[in-house]
Ligand binder design. Structure first.
Ligand SMILES: [Zn+2]
Length: 193
C-alpha cells in the first residue's frame, strides 16, 4: 500500500480546496475572496475570473463476461490506495461523453474493448468530491493486460471476487452480484439470507 505521505500529496493536489488557490489562472493576479450564493469563492478583481469549485465527474465499468460469470478488476498502480483492487475507471476528460470516458478508461487500464450494455447507477463518493457513473459492459475485443494506469488487470469469479479498496466501488460490485443472483437464481453465500 502507499505510504501515507504519498496519498496525502495526491489528495492535496487533486482536491486542493478553493481557499488554497492564490493566483488567477487567466491573468496571474492574486485572487481575493468574494461571497456568492452564501459561499466564499476565489475571485480575480483584475479580470473578473471566479473559481467555481465543483465535484469531478468520473466513470467506471462492471466489465462482465457472462459465460464464465467473471468480472474484470484492476490493481491500482498510482495513489491513492496503491495495490488495492477497483473496477476499471477514471475521470471524464473535457470534450468526451461519460460513456466515451468509460470505454476509454477500460481500454487504458485493461487492454479490453468493451460495449456498454446500460448504465448501472450514479453515486457521489463518500467525500462528495467525485461523482461516478457506473456502467455495465461486456468485452468484445482486445486482450486482457495491465495498461498504463494499472499494476494488474484480471478476471475474477463474480461470486468470489475479493473486496474492493474504495467503498463505493465495493458497494456497486455487491449490488451487481445481488442483482445477478436474483436474475439467475444463483446460490447465495449465506444460509437462506
Ligand atoms: Zn484574473
Amino acid at each position: 500500500m502507499a505510504k501515507d505521505s504519498e496519498t496525502n500529496d495526491f489528495v492535496q493536489w487533486r482536491h486542493a480546496p478553493a481557499s488554497q488557490w492564490k493566483f488567477c489562472p487567466l491573468c496571474g493576479q492574486p485572487l481575493s475572496a468574494h461571497e456568492w450564493d452564501g459561499k466564499e469563492r476565489r475571485y480575480c478583481q483584475h479580470c473578473g475570473f471566479v473559481y467555481w469549485e465543483r465535484a469531478l465527474p468520473a466513470a467506471a465499468v462492471l466489465v462482465y463476461e457472462p459465460r464464465q460469470q467473471q468480472i474484470v478488476l484492476v490493481t491500482r498502480r498510482y495513489p491513492p490506495a496503491v495495490g488495492g483492487l477497483t473496477l476499471p475507471g477514471g475521470g471524464v476528460e473535457f470534450g468526451e461523453s461519460v460513456a466515451q470516458a468509460a470505454i476509454r478508461e477500460v481500454k487504458e487500464e485493461t487492454g479490453l474493448d468493451v460495449v456498454l450494455d446500460r448504465q448501472f447507477g450514479t453515486w457521489s463518493t463518500p467525500t462528495n468530491e467525485t461523482i461516478i457513473s457506473f456502467f455495465l459492459g461486456h468485452p468484445v475485443g482486445g486482450s486482457l493486460r495491465a495498461g498504463t494506469d494499472a499494476a494488474d488487470a484480471q478476471y475474477f469469479s463474480l461470486a468470489q471476487a475479493p473486496s474492493l479498496v474504495f467503498s463505493l466501488h465495493d458497494r456497486v460490485l455487491q449490488l451487481f452480484r445481488t442483482e445477478m443472483r436474483m436474475a439467475f437464481h444463483l446460490p447465495t453465500d449465506g444460509q437462506g439470507s
